[in-house]
Design a protein around this ligand. Structure first.
Ligand code: ARG
Length: 269
């Protein structure tokens, strides 16, 4: 059974602006955010998985986005080194929580920025890692050394799609859905070469964070607003659950950003 880590949105809010979606003047509505998060929690809890919760912390409004806690492979946890000081305080809470549960914590050198599963997703036999806006490309080499697996670095070029999980979603059969123009030419080529059966997401659907989906075998939990993508996924035999995520999209996140797999893979391919 898959295990997931979520963080309740008790202290969630738009208190600073570190990506183009965030606007302090247009804050998130707390009650609606609670409702949307509870729907996500309930939906995931009803799938074949166990949901763990970490205690939210005052002053760390983005801690809800647990995908950025780090990357878990087997019993190994690699904590993030956040690029923005606004989020740096989350690191010790996540590392301590994982350590207390028996995970072996492997630190990256502190001068290398890396934002966890938000920028690191296994697809087929490789670990795809996004860089530029948040993670440093040099962190990918360090990850490959720790994990001993093939790491494919892909550059992100559209500031609205600043983490890999906003524009790329691997599927269990080795295919994926993605928003190609979020990547540079080389990144697009690298993904096309290694991933078969790619599904291109339309710009207007990608804008609703449609690639930011939690995939658990044949079940896919994604933000509402992508009828064409959902139809394609259903044709391929997936069950889709579309959830309202408006209050989290205001911070630049949705279903997948709010979830970390523990682990994402049992072992590095
Ligand atoms: N406001 C958060 C940030 O800018 C959102 C993080 C979204 N997380 C993700 N995995 N895409 O850091």
């Amino acid at each position: 059974m898959r295990e997931l880590l979520l963080c309740p949105p008790d202290y969630y809010g738009i208190e600073y602006e570190i990506n183009p979606w965030m606007n302090r003047a247009r804050g998130a509505e707390a009650a609606l955010a609670q409702k949307q998060w509870k729907q996500l929690h309930a939906r995931l809890s009803n799938l074949d998985c166990e949901v763990h919760l970490i205690s939210p912390q005052p002053g760390l409004p983005d801690m809800v986005f647990t995908a950025n806690a780090g990357l878990t492979v087997g019993r190994k946890f690699i904590p993030s080194n956040f690029r923005h000081k606004e989020r740096a305080g989350e690191q010790s809470f996540f590392a301590k929580w994982m350590e207390q549960r028996g995970y072996e914590v492997s630190w990256l050198p502190e001068y290398l920025y890396f934002e966890g599963e938000g920028d690191a997703l296994f697809g087929g036999d490789a670990l795809f890692c996004g860089y530029k806006f948040r993670s440093d490309i040099q962190s990918h080499r360090a990850l490959a050394d720790i994990l001993g697996c093939l790491v494919i670095s892909v550059e992100l070029v559209d500031p609205r799609f600043y983490h890999l999980d906003t524009c790329f979603c691997p599927l269990p059969d080795g295919s994926a859905f993605w928003f190609p123009s979020a990547f540079d030419e080389y990144g697009q080529r690298a993904i096309r070469e290694r991933v078969t059966g790619l599904i291109d997401v339309l710009p207007e659907e990608a804008m609703h964070f449609s690639c930011n989906a939690v995939v658990i075998e044949r079940d896919i939990v994604l933000p509402e607003g992508a009828p064409q993508l959902v139809a394609t996924l259903q044709d391929r035999g997936y069950r889709c659950y579309e959830l309202p995520m408006s209050e989290f999209i205001k911070a630049g996140g949705a279903c997948k950003c709010l979830t970390m797999f523990m682990p994402q893979r049992e072992s590095a391919p």
